[in-house]
Design a protein around this ligand. Structure first.
Ligand code: T4K
Length: 373
């Protein structure tokens, strides 16, 4: 068998290094390195246009953006969220002294199950924080309707959902705010980075102050207990350059996604996750569920792939609700979260990234199908 380089769950698509130099020269010439310089402003404008949203505030990472979004929303008490996500989702609540209340996920979308949300609402609930997991849309209509009925805010953790559209436009236009991650492992990256998409200029101004220590706009005083969430000019420059290549990168992801789906379609016990209500996906992840009809258990398949140099990930194991700082809460009980517990024992995210060669995709498909044969 041909010797292959190890293949990881993702790999950033980098532009030519030479193309980055003019941006660096601009920074060297201006000597403005951070604090909302011109590249930062250009990236905000470019992202508003690319994503089809009106107000965006850039951040140094998605976690700080989430923490600040929650702070800007002025929440108290309890926030309903999903156990099936990266830990940053719930951590952003703890950082704001809020109690996450975990609600189970929908078995089809793996997103917060709207049918279970209302039973978890108490007189302390002030918001819902759903996650568009793997970039696939939550049931935004149902969630937004519940929020309106109960006077709750909605902050979407849209860390995976860059560029995803539903029938009417950007998925990011739902809820009071939507939070993006531009981490190296995301479809659009600024090395580290993130953003809050919000609905009006006043909220954006407030967020811009919160990410800048709470300083007043003229810098003469401090109005809020803000933090430092700013994105530097070098990061913004990389974002501007990445954006030029993004459509091409997304096309390559789509081809790989299609290849996996076709190749795995006939393999009993393997289920590929579809984006429900998605007009345009971003193919950020390729999760499969290894069901009881497959001859190997999930961990056996995971090890089988790893033995052949294919390093998928079991995102999102362990469930957030199983982690030490969350597991004592009543909503964390396994009985409250049966779907999340089942899915987290079945999932493998297979490698997907723009430069993943098609023969490697075929090799991964063969390994999965071959083990079933
Ligand atoms: N909300 C959700 C739903 C999230 O998924 C995340 C982050 C956040 C909020 C918070 O956003 P940020 O604060 O991160 O902006 C990764 C990422 O660190 C994290 O951003 C991401 N979610 C999470 C799902 O995955 P790890 O620990 O799995 O990453 P790591 O370093 O093991 O990378 C995975 C693979 O990617 C490596 O095996 C190789 C490859 N890789 C990675 C990096 C960092 C590269 O090729 N180059 C790289 O620079 O957490």
């Amino acid at each position: 068998m041909k010797q292959r380089e190890p293949i990881y769950v993702t790999q950033p698509a980098l532009p030519e290094l030479e193309d980055f130099i003019p941006y660096l020269r601009e920074i060297w010439d201006s000597r403005i390195l951070t604090n909302g310089g011109s590249l930062h402003q250009r990236l905000e404008a470019a992202l508003c246009e690319y994503l089809g949203v009106e107000h965006i505030s850039l951040f140094c990472n998605g976690t700080q953006a989430l923490i600040t979004a929650v702070q800007a929303a002025g929440l108290s008490g309890e926030v309903i969220t999903t156990p099936y996500s990266f830990v940053a989702t719930a951590h952003s609540l703890l950082w704001n002294n809020l109690r996450p209340v975990f609600v189970d996920i929908d078995p089809q979308t793996l997103n917060l199950d709207p049918a279970r949300i209302e039973a978890a609402i108490t007189d302390k609930t002030t918001a819902i924080m759903p996650v568009h997991c793997y970039g696939h849309p939550c049931d935004v209509q149902a969630i937004d309707a519940i929020a309106r009925r109960h006077g709750l805010k909605v902050i979407y953790d849209a860390a995976h959902a860059f560029g995803v559209r539903d029938q009417a436009g950007s998925l990011l236009r739902h809820g009071d705010m939507a939070v993006l991650s531009f981490h190296a492992t995301k479809v659009f990256s600024t090395f580290e980075g993130g953003a809050i998409v919000c609905r009006d200029e006043a909220t954006k101004r407030h967020i811009d102050q919160l990410k800048n220590f709470g300083l007043s706009r003229d810098g003469s005083t401090v109005e809020f207990t803000g933090s430092n969430g700013k994105l530097s000019e070098v990061h913004a420059a990389f974002g501007l350059l990445q954006l030029q290549h993004l459509d091409q990168a997304l096309d390559k992801r789509r081809q790989i996604d299609q290849r996996y789906r076709q190749g795995l379609a006939g393999v009993a016990g393997i289920r590929c996750i579809d984006g429900v209500g998605e007009a345009l996906g971003n193919q950020a992840y390729f999760p499969i569920l290894v069901g009881p009809d497959y001859p190997l258990q999930r961990d056996q398949l995971f090890e089988h792939l790893a033995a052949h140099g294919i390093h998928g990930r079991r995102y999102f194991q362990p469930l957030i609700s199983s982690l030490p700082m969350y597991c004592e809460q009543p909503s964390s009980s396994a009985a409250n979260l049966p779907v999340a517990h089942r899915v987290v024992d079945q999932v493998i995210c297979l490698p997907i990234y723009p430069n993943l060669e098609h023969d490697n995709v075929d090799f991964i498909i063969e390994l999965i199908a071959g083990a079933a044969a």
